[in-house]
Design a protein around this ligand. Structure first.
Ligand code: BG6
Length: 457
C-alpha cells in the first residue's frame, strides 16, 4: 500500500460565491458577479447566475455532517468580502454569526476549515473605483483580511489570501471571461502587481497581529512543456512559466520577482507602477505554505509572429495540441497526472521545500446524469481512476522528499461555476438543481475508504 504522511489533510474545496447563494440577502452587497449577471445574464451558461448555488448558507449544518460521513478531515471555502464588509468598512453582524457558526460546525464534525479570502469576487463598490487597477484595492483588501483574522482567527488554522490570482488577471484583463472583460496586457500586469501587494499586506497584517495558525496563497499551476527542444520552443515554455506561475510563486515564497521576468516586462514596456517600499515589503513577507491547484499541463511552442512590444501573451508563447495527449472526454481538458510529480519536485528543488498541499484537483464531467444507476447513484469510475492516477504521482513526489501535507479535490457538492454554470460537475455529491438535494456518488465512497487507509491500494 502507498501510505501518505500522518495527519495528511484529505478534503475538498469550494468558494463562497460558488456555494453559498443568498447573493443579495442577509446584508450582502453585490460583487462583480452579481452585477454582471444583472446586466448580461445571457453571458452565463443556461442563464444560471450566482444565485444558482447549492445554498450552503442554509445547508451548512447538514453539509458538515456529509463531510464527516465520508471522513473528510478538512475543507476549503472562502469568506465573501461583500457579505462581511458590505461597504468595505462596516462589519455585517449576520455575516459574523453565519461564518462563526459555519466554521464551528465544521470543527464539530472533525473537519478543519481552510479559509481563503478572495475567490474572484471583487466587491462592486470597489470595482466602481477601478477594482484591482486601482491602488486603493490594496489597502481595502488588507483591511478586509485583518478584519477576518480578528473575527475568526480562533477558528481557523490555515488561511489563504487568494485563489488562483492569475485567473482573475487573465480572465478579467486579457481574455474577456470575467468582469470587466477587457483585453489590455499593460493593465493586466498592473492588476497582477496590485494583487501581489494586496496579498503581501494581508500577510504582513497576519504576522504583525501574531495570530495563531499559518498563512499562504493558492496558485493554479500548469507545468509548461515545450513542443520541441529547439531554442525557440524552450524559450516559449520558459516565458509561459515565468508569466503564469513564477510571477506569483516567486514573490509569495521567495520574496523576489525572477530577474528574467523583470527583463521581459521591461523589454516590452510593461513594468507596473511600484511604490518605494513595495519590493521590500514583498521580501519581508513570505508565506508559510502554498496550495497548488492542478488540472492540466500547458503545452507550448514559439509564436509564429511576434509584436514588439508585446500586446498579448500570444507574443510570448502559443499553445499547441500534443498529439499523444489523453483527454477527459467529458470536459475536453488534457489528463496528465505526471505533472503533479513535476510540481512536487519543483517545490522541493526550487522553493526551499516549503510545505504545500494540492488545493484543487478533479475531473469535470458534462451531463453526468447519464452515469446514474437505478438507485440514483452516479457511477463515476472515471473520476476515481483520475484521482488514483494523480495520487500515485503525488505519492511518488512525497517519497522523493516533497513536503506535501494534503490533497483536496474540486469539489464536495457539485457547484456553480462562473460562466459555465453547472456544465462541469466535479462533486463527491450530486446536486439536484430542482430541490438542492445532495446524493453521494461512487467516488465519495471510494474517497472515504482512501481516507480510512490513509493510503492507496
Ligand atoms: C478552478 C477554480 O480553477 O476551477 C474554480 O478555482 C472553478 O473556481 C474550477 O470552478 C473548475 O472550473 P470549471 O470551469 O471546469 O467549472
Amino acid at each position: 500500500m502507498k501510505k501518505f504522511p500522518e495527519h495528511f489533510l484529505w478534503g475538498a474545496a469550494t468558494s463562497a460565491p460558488q456555494s453559498e447563494g443568498h447573493g443579495s440577502l442577509n446584508g450582502k452587497s453585490p460583487s462583480t458577479w452579481d452585477k454582471w449577471y444583472e446586466i448580461n445574464p445571457e453571458k452565463f451558461q443556461k442563464n444560471q447566475g450566482p444565485e444558482h448555488t447549492s445554498n450552503m448558507y442554509e445547508n451548512y449544518i447538514e453539509d458538515a455532517k456529509r463531510m464527516n460521513d465520508i471522513h473528510m478531515n478538512s475543507f476549503r471555502t472562502s469568506i465573501a468580502w461583500t457579505r462581511l464588509l458590505p461597504d468595505g468598512k462596516t462589519i455585517n453582524p449576520e455575516a459574523v454569526t453565519f461564518y462563526r457558526n459555519y466554521f464551528h460546525e465544521l470543527h464539530s464534525n472533525g473537519v478543519k476549515p481552510i479559509i481563503n479570502l478572495f475567490h474572484f469576487d471583487m466587491p462592486w463598490w470597489l470595482m466602481e473605483k477601478g477594482g484591482w487597477e486601482s491602488r486603493e484595492s490594496v489597502d481595502a483588501f488588507a483591511f478586509y483580511a485583518e478584519t477576518c483574522f480578528e473575527l475568526f482567527g480562533d477558528l481557523v488554522e490555515y488561511w489563504t489570501t487568494f485563489n488562483e490570482p492569475m485567473v482573475h488577471v487573465e480572465c478579467g484583463y486579457l481574455y474577456g471571461y470575467h468582469y470587466p472583460a477587457i483585453h489590455d496586457l499593460k493593465k493586466a500586469v498592473q492588476v497582477a502587481f496590485h494583487t501581489i501587494m494586496a496579498h503581501t499586506m494581508a500577510v504582513k497584517a497576519f504576522k504583525a497581529g501574531k495570530y495563531s495558525g499559518k498563512i499562504g496563497i493558492i496558485l493554479n499551476v500548469s507545468p509548461c512543456y515545450p513542443k520541441s527542444h529547439s531554442t525557440e520552443d524552450l524559450r516559449a515554455a520558459e516565458l509561459a512559466d515565468l508569466l503564469n506561475t513564477k510571477s506569483f510563486l516567486d514573490p509569495a515564497v521567495l520574496g523576489i520577482f525572477p530577474q528574467k521576468l523583470i527583463e521581459c516586462l521591461a523589454d516590452n514596456q510593461l513594468l507596473p507602477k511600484v511604490e518605494v517600499q513595495d519590493l521590500h515589503l514583498i521580501q519581508m513577507n513570505p508565506v508559510d505554505f502554498i496550495g497548488m491547484n492542478y488540472y492540466q499541463p500547458r503545452r507550448v511552442q514559439a509564436p509564429a509572429t511576434v509584436n514588439h512590444p508585446a500586446v498579448s501573451p500570444a507574443d510570448f508563447y502559443e499553445h499547441y495540441d500534443w498529439p499523444d495527449k489523453k483527454i477527459n472526454p467529458y470536459r475536453g481538458w488534457e489528463i496528465y497526472p505526471e505533472a503533479l510529480y513535476d510540481v512536487a519536485m519543483m517545490i522541493k528543488d526550487q522553493y526551499n521545500n516549503i510545505p504545500w498541499f494540492v488545493s484543487e484537483n478533479g475531473m469535470g464531467v458534462a451531463d453526468e446524469e447519464r452515469f446514474m444507476d437505478q438507485t440514483g447513484m452516479i457511477q463515476d469510475d472515471y473520476r476515481i481512476e483520475f484521482m488514483i492516477e494523480h495520487l500515485q504521482q503525488l505519492h511518488k513526489g512525497i517519497e522523493a522528499g516533497s513536503n506535501c501535507f494534503g490533497y483536496h479535490t474540486w469539489t464536495f457538492v457539485d457547484c456553480w461555476s462562473w460562466l459555465n454554470g453547472y456544465n462541469n460537475r466535479y462533486g463527491f455529491y450530486r446536486l439536484d438543481l430542482e430541490n438542492d438535494q445532495r446524493t453521494l456518488k461512487k467516488s465519495g465512497i471510494w474517497f472515504k475508504e482512501l481516507i480510512d487507509r490513509n493510503g492507496l491500494l
